[in-house]
Structure formats: structure tokens, C-alpha cells
Design a protein around this ligand. Structure first.
Ligand SMILES: NC(=O)c1ccc[n+]([C@@H]2O[C@H](COP(=O)([O-])OP(=O)(O)OC[C@H]3O[C@@H](n4cnc5c(N)ncnc54)[C@H](OP(=O)(O)O)[C@@H]3O)[C@@H](O)[C@H]2O)c1
Length: 273
């Protein structure tokens, strides 16, 4: 159990607030064990007032007060935030970075004496339906995965991966992937609206279709997705005509190229950092 841990956030933006909310609502940690600092003090005070967490004057104060430090600033702010205060981190202190495009090697170079993990949540974590992937820097550190899983399980499905290649695949399919799914949902809603439906109704039809398909797949764990699809489609039928067109137009290729482009951008960002 990590209930006794003190957890600190450097940055209290959108994602940190979602995590803080999850930790408190799910009673993973009491507000008295959550500490935070933020570049703009106004935002920090608001978050502290909302959740009753401990607002600290500086990042160093958070590091000194906590067992686990979560780096929750944007990747472009990370180096400037931690480089001048790297000596404030104690030997063996747990550091969990949320920054996309900032790899373990860069983090270990900066904080060689810390136990480091990267975690990538997606936005459904806001409603405890996230997919949260993590990777730890030291394979031999058997206790760190438990800490990460205890902390983040309230936000959804937490999955440890073996290396940063898998971490990238998870980030693209689940975090960027959430954006790709919304792109498809937008096309769905547009088509329905063009057939005369009210936008709110078209949105609901779209959302319920995606939700229903996802829930059916979730509740039919032993049935391959292809078999679930076959149940909607009969030879020379209506669905089959649409599916054939999706295949002729190479929807799979479009999606694969989108995944690869996202992966390339991730690699570019990692080089910049
Ligand atoms: N949002 C997502 O869906 C998502 C998903 C996966 C991963 N991530 C990762 O999560 C991280 C945070 O994303 P976000 O969407 O929460 O960003 P955000 O809303 O912009 O929050 C970042 C916060 O960090 C603060 N900050 C910047 N520099 C700081 C410093 N030196 N010391 C202390 N605080 C500092 C900012 O303060 P100000 O108030 O001054 O701006 C801001 O409140 C990013 O690294 C991102 O890659 C986000």
C-alpha cells in the first residue's frame, strides 16, 4: 500500500489536476499527503482550495516534502524546471515523469540518483477510464511498478511495458489514439447531421454507437473483434458493402500511416530534448 507515501506534483495543469482528483476521490491518498508547486501561484492556490492539498512555495519544497515526485509540466519546461534543482532530489527518491517526448535516458542523465518511471495517461483518465502505460528505468527495481500501479489504478487500466519502443506504441495507440477516435467520431456525426438530424441527436447517435461497440467488445472478451464484426455483416449485405468500400479505400493504411507519423514526431521530440 502506498497510503503512507507523500506524493508531490511539480505543475498542477490539466493532467495533474485529473490525477489529484482521482487520488482523492478514490481515497488512494488523503489530501494531507499530496503536495504541489506551480509556476503561476494563482492556479496553485485554486487547486489547493478545491482539493485541500498542500500548496508549496517552490518545487524544491515539494521535493523535500515527498517520497514520490511527479513531473507534470509540459516537456518543453521540464529541463529548465529540474536542472537547477537536481541536487534537491534525494538518493533513491521516486520520480515519475508524465512528459511526452522526454525519454528515460534524458531523465536518468539529469537525475542519476533517482528511481525513475515514465507514465503516459490518456484523457479518459479524467473519468477513470484511462489507459495508463508506464516504463521504469531500472528493470531490477521490482518495488517501483507496485508504487506506480497503486497510485494510478484509480484512473483506469495501468499497464507496465518492457521498454520505450513499447511505451511509444502504447502512447500513440492510446493517448494520441484517443484523438484519432475523436477524428472518426467527428466524421460520423457530420454524416448523420447531413441527413437532417439535429446536431445534439447526431452526437448522441455517434457516441452511443462507439460506446456500445466498445462495451460489447469489452463484455465479449473471448470473442475476437473480427467475429464481432462478422455478426453485423452478412454476405452481399448492407454492412458488407460499406466494409468493402473501407477496405478498397485502404482505411487500415490511412490509420497505420497516422500511427507511424505520430511515432516519428515522438522521436523528433525525444531528439530535441
Ligand atoms: N493532457 C493530456 O491529455 C496528457 C496526456 C498524457 C501526457 N501528458 C503530459 O502531461 C504533462 C502536463 O500536461 P498538461 O496537459 O497537464 O499541461 P498544462 O495544463 O499546461 O500543465 C502544465 C503545468 O506545469 C506548470 N509549470 C510549467 N513550468 C513549471 C515549473 N518550472 N515549475 C512548476 N510548474 C511548472 C504550468 O504552470 P502555469 O500555470 O504557469 O502554466 C502548468 O500549470 C505534459 O508533459 C504532457 O506531455 C498530458
Amino acid at each position: 500500500m502506498i497510503f503512507h507515501y507523500k506524493v508531490g506534483f511539480l505543475g498542477v495543469g490539466n493532467l495533474a489536476q485529473a490525477i489529484i482528483k482521482g487520488l482523492i476521490e478514490n481515497k488512494t491518498l488523503p489530501p494531507s499527503h499530496i503536495f504541489a508547486a506551480n509556476r503561476s501561484p494563482g492556479k496553485l492556490q485554486k487547486v489547493a482550495d478545491t482539493y485541500g492539498i498542500q500548496a508549496m512555495a517552490t518545487n524544491e519544497d515539494v521535493i523535500n516534502a515527498c517520497d514520490v515526485v511527479i513531473l507534470a509540466m509540459k516537456p518543453q519546461d521540464l529541463a529548465a524546471a529540474i536542472d537547477p534543482i537536481s541536487s534537491a532530489f534525494s538518493d533513491g527518491q521516486i520520480v515519475i515523469s508524465l512528459a511526452a517526448g522526454f525519454n528515460l535516458r534524458s531523465l536518468e542523465k539529469r537525475l542519476p540518483h533517482c528511481r525513475i518511471a515514465r507514465l503516459m495517461p490518456n484523457t479518459p483518465s479524467l473519468i477513470s477510464r484511462g489507459v495508463l502505460g508506464y516504463v521504469v528505468a531500472d528493470d531490477e527495481d521490482k518495488a517501483l511498478p507496485t508504487v506506480v500501479e497503486d497510485l494510478f489504478t484509480p484512473l483506469g487500466y495501468v499497464l507496465g511495458v518492457d521498454d520505450e519502443d513499447q511505451f511509444e506504441a502504447l502512447m500513440i495507440s492510446c493517448s494520441s489514439g484517443t484523438g484519432f477516435v475523436f477524428e472518426l467520431m467527428t466524421y460520423w456525426q457530420d454524416w448523420i447531421e447531413e441527413r437532417g438530424f439535429d446536431p445534439a441527436v447526431a452526437r448522441k447517435m455517434t457516441v452511443e454507437t462507439f460506446l456500445g461497440a466498445a462495451m460489447l467488445a469489452s463484455q465479449s472478451k473471448d470473442i475476437p473483434l473480427e467475429d464481432l464484426q462478422n455478426k453485423v455483416s452478412s454476405k452481399k449485405g448492407i454492412t458488407a458493402a460499406g466494409l468493402q468500400s473501407m477496405r478498397e479505400l485502404e482505411t487500415e493504411r490511412t490509420l497505420r500511416i497516422s500511427f507511424e507519423k505520430a511515432a516519428l514526431r515522438n522521436q523528433e521530440l525525444a531528439k530535441e530534448n
